[in-house]
Design a protein around this ligand. Sequence first.
Ligand code: NAG
Ligand code: NAG
Ligand code: NAG
Ligand code: NAG
Ligand code: NAG
Ligand code: NAG
Ligand code: NAG
Ligand code: NAG
Ligand code: NAG
Ligand code: NAG
Ligand code: NAG
Length: 770
Amino acid sequence: MRVGSLFSALVGVAAGLSIRAVKPSAGVEALVQRRLPQHAGLFQFTIVDPISQPATGTFGQNVSESYVVSSLNNGKIHIQGNTPSALLSGLHAYLSEEAHVDIWWYIGSQLENAHRQLPKLYAPLKGSSVVPYRYYFNTVAMAVTTSYTSAFWTWEDWELQLDWMALRGVNLALAWIGVEKIFIEVFKEVGLTDAEIATFLSGPAFMAWNNFGNIQGSWGGDLPISWVDSQFALQKKIVARMVELGMTPILPAFPGFAPRAISRVFPNITAANGSVWEGFPTQYTADTFIDPFDPVFEQLQKSFIAKQAEAYGNVTRFYTLDQFNENNPPSGELDYLHNVSQNTWKTLKAADPMAVWVMQGWLFTSNSAFWTNSRIQAFIEGVPINSDMLILDLVSESSPQWQRTNSYYGKPWVWCELHGYGGNMGLYGQVQNVTVNSIQALSASKSLVGFGVTMEGQEGNEVMYDLILSQAWSAKPIDTEAYFHDWVAARYSISKKGPASTSLYEAWETLRTSVFNNTNLTSTGVPKSIMELIPSISGLVNRTGHHPTSINYNPASMVQGWNYLYKAAQQDPSLWANPSYNYDLVDFTRQVLANAFIPLYQQIVATYTKSRLSAKCRGDALKKQGQQLIKLMTVYDAVLSTDKNFRLDTWISAARASASDAKTADFLEYEARNQITLWGPSGQISDYASKAWSGLVSTYYIPRWEKFIDYLVETEPAKYNQTAFAASLLQWEINWTNQKTGGKLQNNAVEKLQTVLPGAVKVWNAVSAA
Ligand SMILES: *[C@@H]1O[C@H](CO)[C@@H](O)[C@H](O)[C@H]1NC(C)=O
Ligand SMILES: *[C@@H]1O[C@H](CO)[C@@H](O)[C@H](O)[C@H]1NC(C)=O
Ligand SMILES: *[C@@H]1O[C@H](CO)[C@@H](O)[C@H](O)[C@H]1NC(C)=O
Ligand SMILES: *[C@@H]1O[C@H](CO)[C@@H](O)[C@H](O)[C@H]1NC(C)=O
Ligand SMILES: *[C@@H]1O[C@H](CO)[C@@H](O)[C@H](O)[C@H]1NC(C)=O
Ligand SMILES: *[C@@H]1O[C@H](CO)[C@@H](O)[C@H](O)[C@H]1NC(C)=O
Ligand SMILES: *[C@@H]1O[C@H](CO)[C@@H](O)[C@H](O)[C@H]1NC(C)=O
Ligand SMILES: *[C@@H]1O[C@H](CO)[C@@H](O)[C@H](O)[C@H]1NC(C)=O
Ligand SMILES: *[C@@H]1O[C@H](CO)[C@@H](O)[C@H](O)[C@H]1NC(C)=O
Ligand SMILES: *[C@@H]1O[C@H](CO)[C@@H](O)[C@H](O)[C@H]1NC(C)=O
Ligand SMILES: *[C@@H]1O[C@H](CO)[C@@H](O)[C@H](O)[C@H]1NC(C)=O
């Protein structure tokens, strides 16, 4: 085992010798003060034999971090580790496994639920990382994660997120917020006007794809400068907090995309238009790309990096830079590709001699036809020093590229779990691939230096993301049965054994071996409900790929897990007050009802296409079946409304609240609405980022299905025309994105889940009996 000798040496030291103890990290103690103020005095932190994160040139898998947690005679919990991240991982192991509390997405910190007297340890808890880096965020995504998930987050939301990441051992993370400020200053410095820059920058919900050169400009209104400034202020706090928590921020670098008018200020510049992305009008795509050979590229790179260093300090050597994400290079000639990366690398090194170029490998998956092995090799080897690059193998659990590229021809790389696209919501997991394949990769590839998480949106399925981050501290594939058991104990802060805890464990165990054990890799991401798609008589069910609609498990397992979960609150009604329980029961019910929608839909299609009924009888049957479908969607919406994390108004009010004035708030509401529906001025990638949210179901999906039923009733099957039907929806959809609700709740007064659930069970019973 590569970490063997160092591992035992460190543990030996930490276990008792305390050879060279230094003052504990202030950041770790501050986190404890923030999240566990009542218990803060009960923890003692000691950094023992500190190691620093590998500097450039010294990437190595055998740089191991470790922790030891033990009980002291005075009752305190003593956590020793060799880095702040190791201390935090030790703290997390103790809190989740022993005290049965944790901090969660959406739900927030439940750490204060820990018993006033912390459990005593009879034997020390020990852990040691098997990879030097634990990476977080999708580049197509801090970027994409920031657009789909955190576009409208406040500092409090970020604080929670960063504490979540820190406790789970993340030590390398994208810090991409507020980058527009840097772009604006760099462009202004060379003489571009505000108006010219405005035609380039995209809106707050779409910035990620602007940074990739996929889109430019903003439909529906220009990017508000007040918003740019507020994001920049946020980024300063984020970066400082990351550093405090032992995480290295990865900052953006200048990728080469610029306003069209760059050729006005540099008339001799060599630049080309990139490809048209997803059918967007050219005004909004085919971004101008400055040739990396042109001296202007280096000038802008130096300016960009210097302005960032001035704003955030000397905090990192890691820079994220992607030029050809869903955007092909102008030439596929090997020599050219080699030159492009070499020149880009030179500009980075000119700006910061220590720079490491972090690049995401999505392009190799998404456009594997262009990116043949020889082209990948030519491009990657343009960077002559291996440790000057770090590649994110972006979808290692489903479409890994590291094998075919011979471990990226020696460049350090990170095994990443992507899991879900567009923040779509569906229960899903690959427990085997995440645990077994990641560890297999570690022994098969010398240049694997990290495990990471690269979801497009934090859509749920938190256990699956926890799993890969935990795997970074286990040399063998994690035993997922034991893992899920511990996870459930922490999830619901289970303090005593009983029938309710048994039901909770059974609920998740049922899903672990079914819903979370997808092995059919025709589906490579979280499935979405067909409810969220433009209705059609064909092509909705059994979709494969990264927005699958195919259900790759027996739906009865989902129902069984749901029954166990519901039963737990009948056995212990105090669970109704537990926010994790409320969240999960909404989520499980959501999946059960979404699955039940499929047979109802199929029945309608069969009535329409197969029955030999007269037009009148067919119409009557369709209306009746349509009512059943709408009834299911109505109760679905009501269930979702019982948890703020499943509501449209939460998203819209966050968008509005991030504005400094009413006009900006209206624009941000438009952005928020457009992203989750039409995604583009007129539905360029409609429903890509669809959501199972109350309010969206009631005001967007239900009306679309009602219009569909009406269309079927009035249209002879022989005259069915999907193009015409979809076109008839478009103006209505555009109108929906232009609505302003001020973020108010869109459905009737919200009831408690406990009150709504019997109605959902009744509807489900009726559907399943039919
Ligand atoms: C890492 O391990 C390799 C091979 O086991 C060894 O040659 C090298 O010196 C080690 N590096 C460090 C920093 O311990
Ligand atoms: C652009 O190139 C032309 C011809 O080589 C030269 O005369 C001119 O000075 C250049 N302009 C700039 C701004 O470099
Ligand atoms: C890029 O696109 C713009 C707008 O479509 C066009 O005016 C310009 O000529 C194009 N530039 C190049 C270099 O093709
Ligand atoms: C930044 O810090 C590193 C050490 O962490 C140091 O080697 C480097 O010289 C510093 N760079 C600048 C520009 O101060
Ligand atoms: C690549 O760069 C080399 C050296 O700078 C140059 O000779 C060659 O023509 C370039 N090739 C291409 C295709 O740009
Ligand atoms: C995922 O695991 C399955 C077995 O469950 C295996 O067949 C498949 O090759 C793995 N997928 C990848 C991408 O490694
Ligand atoms: C997952 O499914 C595979 C293939 O059916 C099976 O071999 C494996 O035992 C299952 N694992 C779990 C945890 O259920
Ligand atoms: C995997 O899923 C696809 C799409 O639903 C289906 O066609 C195929 O039969 C499945 N494969 C297996 C082995 O179940
Ligand atoms: C979808 O897949 C399931 C399971 O493979 C199959 O029974 C069903 O016929 C398929 N439906 C359609 C419409 O393809
Ligand atoms: C379907 O509708 C579209 C758009 O209204 C129209 O262009 C097309 O000709 C129609 N197709 C048929 C087969 O009628
Ligand atoms: C869209 O809104 C406009 C303006 O309010 C209205 O005139 C039009 O009827 C609406 N169209 C649809 C299809 O709802």
